[in-house]
Design a binder for this molecule. Structure first.
Ligand code: AMP
Length: 281
């Protein structure tokens, strides 16, 4: 396994890996790897011949008051894990390599970038789309693997790829959860024992909407109202949003007769967590 820090070397290695007709799979991450990330690596292994993983805590997707500087970083441990998984290339560039002084070009996916987390994290999805577009240009993967955990992110990437004719297949993998339902996230490491318990309210709220949906309720406002009730008893959790949207356009839907994305974001103490479920999938 090669750990690569420069764009030039990564591009050359990936081109030569593909030259014999092999299919290259990319798994983009911010590191501090967990089983959710590894499920993407394993999916890549099934569908492609050579796997590249990027580990880059991307500063442009963090707001000025967010956790960029304290985001968990564990490059050595991550590389040991990826080596065991059979990954060929780890791309771990420095910030200055990805954003040399004077870089001013951005990718903004109109409309979608301002929905769900984009509302409370202005500029977040512009940072995500820009860095993923750069990774696609550097690595030129045949397929890239994303988690359903970040449902808005993959909707935005799918739209970007379509609109800009990028020759890469976007594969989406299911959410990996702890036994009690909490979605795995690198940010779960911030939670103390009490917050860890409170964090379950995100999944509970989604299950509540899903239960009501199962009994036949299709009215989004009613599903949202019931789900929001779950937060009433959690004093150290602040709900950011609970929305039901179209999974592709991320526009709110009034009625959930076709498959709809129920998405939630909340601050548990100071830690912002997200989760989602597709109703009617
Ligand atoms: P991150 O390192 O948080 O930027 O995530 C990198 C990729 O892993 C993204 O495509 C995420 O959607 C995916 N991912 C993160 N957590 C999970 C999870 N619990 N299950 C499945 N995929 C995940």
């Amino acid at each position: 396994m090669k750990i690569v820090g420069t764009i030039a070397e990564m591009r050359a290695l990936c081109r030569s890996a593909k030259s014999g007709g092999k299919r290259l799979g990319l798994v983009p991450t911010m590191g501090a790897l967990h089983e959710g990330h590894l499920s993407l690596v394993r999916a890549a292994k099934e569908k492609t011949d050579v796997i590249a993983t990027s580990i880059f805590v991307n500063p442009t997707q963090f707001g000025p008051t967010e956790d960029f500087s304290r985001y968990p970083r564990a490059l050595e441990k991550d590389c040991a894990i990826l080596w065991r998984e059979g990954v060929e290339f780890v791309f771990a560039p420095a910030v200055e390599e990805m954003y040399p002084a004077g870089a001013v070009t951005w990718v903004t996916v109109g409309g979608l970038s301002d929905r769900l987390c984009g509302k409370s994290r202005p500029g977040h999805f512009r940072g995500v789309a820009t860095v993923v577009a750069k990774l696609f240009h550097i690595i030129e993967p045949d397929a890239a693997f994303f988690g359903q955990k970040d449902a808005a992110q993959h909707a935005i990437i799918r739209k970007m790829v379509r609109d800009l004719d990028m020759p890469v297949a976007i594969e989406v993998c299911p959410i990996v959860r702890e036994a009690d339902g909490l979605a795995l996230s690198s940010r779960n490491a911030y939670l103390n024992a009490e917050e860890r318990k409170s964090a379950l309210v995100l999944y509970r709220s989604l299950q509540c909407a899903q239960e009501l949906f199962r009994t036949g309720e299709r009215n989004s406002a009613k599903l949202i109202a019931a789900a929001r009730q779950e937060f009433a008893s959690e004093s150290n959790v602040r709900l950011d949003y609970f929305e039901i949207v179209n999974p592709d356009s991320l526009e709110p839907v009034l009625d959930t007769s076709s498959p709809s994305l129920a998405a939630v974001a909340a601050y548990v103490g100071n830690t912002r967590l997200i989760d989602n479920i597709v109703l009617g999938a």
